[in-house]
Write a protein that binds this ligand. Structure first.
Ligand code: GLU
Length: 425
């Protein structure tokens, strides 16, 4: 590991993500000419559950964690969204992430509302059996509000297919029969979908390539930097490199590396598998400046929310920002980037591949009929690129940024569904 002090994305992200999410909603509501009551309805989650999760540690001592499940909206179907295990989880963050899920599902036209869960725990500090106990207790605490027709959790930061297997098992044991449709992002052996693990990254790269084309950039002449080397960033780096893009820099929570001629991503993946970090990879140098401000064509923030701010946005040199993370750009940063003619492809479009294939997984599980990987990939690409075209044409005819267009399209769909159903009682 390098001795250099690094600023992690989470340290940069100081603002409250819920303020950002609500500011984006406010702008969409104003654009669409809706009233204050509509804003208030959409700014307020439908249901929030906060639970205490006691854990008996392997050494016999006890600890208690706080967990949340926020269901932001059900107008278009059951709530849907990941579960995050991180020491930075708080209720406002989960509320923001749940709201973004509502817009993402509406924009991609998957028949869900939005939800998110989180447990404030650093999963790296606990053994697999401790994490299993935390996951099962959290699941049993939120059990009354989840289910294949109610709210369907999935992986997010700090959770994975193993976490989903424990959640599905805990839920199924309580029902007395196996319910594969209660979570998505499960192992394939338990009814997970082929192509789900790589789907968010694949979707980001479909959109990045389309954005590059719209700006006249060919992969062979394009350079990129990727912030984050987890479930999203790692696949993004690999698929960009496969497409011929020169991936100049990548980072993780431990540090950032750069190679001007392009990083050999398969070799870096082997290094990360062996050491747990991108730091110390022999095929690159330590990056001393901020990865977000590097002179590249395409920047993919694929770590956490709130990393592009009014402070650093003026120094972004990339021509295209593709949001692999949820909420990486503050509204102030958005305005600065737009004024500087940086094309920002918003999270609710760019990183929607995960929930799109979650929907495919849920549909397959509910029908107990499994699709081939090629079928999943074909449908994912088709849905991402169709939505890209729709957002571009909405933005083009109304002279809007891609974020304003995507948000307006999504909010309008939710309000239409809400209007058709009516307000009860
Ligand atoms: N956690 C992912 C996201 O933020 C996936 C959610 C899901 O598949 O439900 O989009």
């Amino acid at each position: 590991m390098s001795a250099t002090t690094v600023t992690t994305p989470q340290e940069l992200a100081t603002a409250n993500p819920l303020d950002d999410a609500r500011a984006q909603l406010r702008a969409a509501v104003e654009l669409l000419g809706y009233d204050e009551g509509t804003y208030a309805m959409l700014a307020t989650p439908r249901r929030e559950v906060t639970v205490g999760i006691p854990l008996r540690r392997d050494d016999g001592s006890q600890e208690v964690f706080v967990g949340h499940r926020v269901q932001h909206n059900f107008s278009r179907g059951p709530a849907k969204g990941g579960v995050r295990f991180s020491e930075h989880v708080d209720l406002d963050e989960v509320r923001a992430l749940a709201m973004w899920m509502t817009w993402k599902c509406a924009l991609l036209d998957v028949p869900y509302g939005g939800a998110k869960g989180g447990v404030r725990i650093d999963p790296r500090r606990y053994s697999p059996s401790e994490l299993e106990r935390v996951t099962r207790r959290y699941t049993s605490e939120i059990l009354p509000v989840i289910g294949p027709d109610k709210d369907i959790p999935a992986p997010d930061i700090g959770t994975d297919e193993r976490t989903m297997a424990w959640m599905m098992d805990t839920y199924s044991v309580s029902c007395g029969y196996t319910v594969p449709g209660v979570v998505t992002g499960k192992p394939i052996a338990l009814g997970g979908s082929r192509g789900r693990a790589s789907s968010t990254s694949r979707g980001v790269v479909h959109i990045a390539l389309a954005a590059m084309e719209s700006r006249g950039l060919t992969p062979a002449r394009t350079s990129a930097a990727v912030q984050g080397f987890g479930k999203v960033g790692r696949g993004v780096a690999r698929f960009l490199a496969d497409a011929g893009v020169r991936v100049r820099a990548v980072s993780d929570v431990h540090g950032a590396i750069v190679a001007d001629e392009g990083i050999d991503i398969p070799a870096l993946e082997a290094h990360v598998d062996a050491t747990g970090s991108v730091v110390g990879f022999s095929g690159a140098e330590t990056l001393e400046e901020s990865l977000l401000e590097l002179d590249v064509d395409v920047l993919v923030p694929a770590a956490v929310e709130g990393v592009l701010t009014a402070e650093n946005a003026p120094r972004v040199k990339a021509r295209i920002v593709v949001e692999g993370a949820n909420g990486p750009t503050s509204p102030e940063a958005d305005m600065i980037l737009e004024a500087n003619d940086v094309l920002v492809v918003p999270d609710i479009l760019a990183n929607a591949g995960g929930v799109v294939v979650s929907y495919f997984e849920w549909a397959q599980a509910n029908q107990t009929y499994w699709w081939s990987e090629a079928e999943v990939e074909r449908r994912l690409a088709e849905r991402m690129l169709t939505t890209w075209e729709q957002v571009n044409s909405y933005a083009g005819t109304r002279r809007l940024s891609l974020r304003s267009a995507a948000m307006a399209m999504a909010v309008e769909r939710v309000v239409t569904a809400h209007g058709l159903r009516g307000l009860y009682p």
